[in-house]
Design a protein around this ligand. Structure first.
Ligand code: GDP
Length: 137
């Protein structure tokens, strides 16, 4: 059993597809162990994406992530990290496989509908960033 962090990004929340995306997780064996809708502050987004702080797209990424509310969730299941990444599809929706969340709901590499932890190690850090242990059940 693994746990991973998912974020439904502002573009997908604004489109009204929160339920459709959560259904992809539940229909593919990922249990929702915690979930909440929230508005990230600039400081939140900068801290969450600190690993990208030197990248040219950092400012655009932070601006986008605070442009509206997001839905953060802890997903639990067998191979949850890689399973979620597979369901998400490639970072650039134009390269995402048909039937993936990004192929179906994302517009471009900035507004790409979802975030998912890329390793078990990062998942633990990202989950702790958003949730206390008693919120995860
Ligand atoms: P992910 O794990 O698939 O989300 O991709 P990364 O961790 O590499 O990047 C984090 C986020 O930064 C992505 O989801 C994109 O929203 C954004 N991003 C990554 N690469 C680029 C890029 O080359 N240009 C722009 N504009 N945004 C990018």
């Amino acid at each position: 059993m693994e746990r991973t962090l998912s974020i439904i990004k502002p573009d997908a929340v604004a489109k009204g597809v929160i339920g459709k995306i959560l259904d992809r997780f539940e229909s593919n064996g990922l249990r929702i162990a915690a979930t909440k809708k929230m508005q990230l502050s600039r400081a939140d987004a900068e801290a969450f994406y600190a690993v990208h702080s030197e990248r040219p797209f950092f400012r655009d990424l932070v601006d986008f992530m605070i442009s509206g509310p997001v839905v953060v969730s802890v997903l639990e299941g067998e191979n949850a990290v890689s399973k979620n990444r597979k369901l998400m599809g490639a970072t650039n929706p134009k390269e995402a496989e048909a039937g993936t969340i990004r192929a179906d709901f994302a517009q471009n590499i900035d507004a790409n509908a979802v975030h998912g932890s890329d390793s078990l190690e990062n998942a633990a850090v990202e989950i702790a960033f958003f949730f206390s242990t008693r919120e995860i059940c």
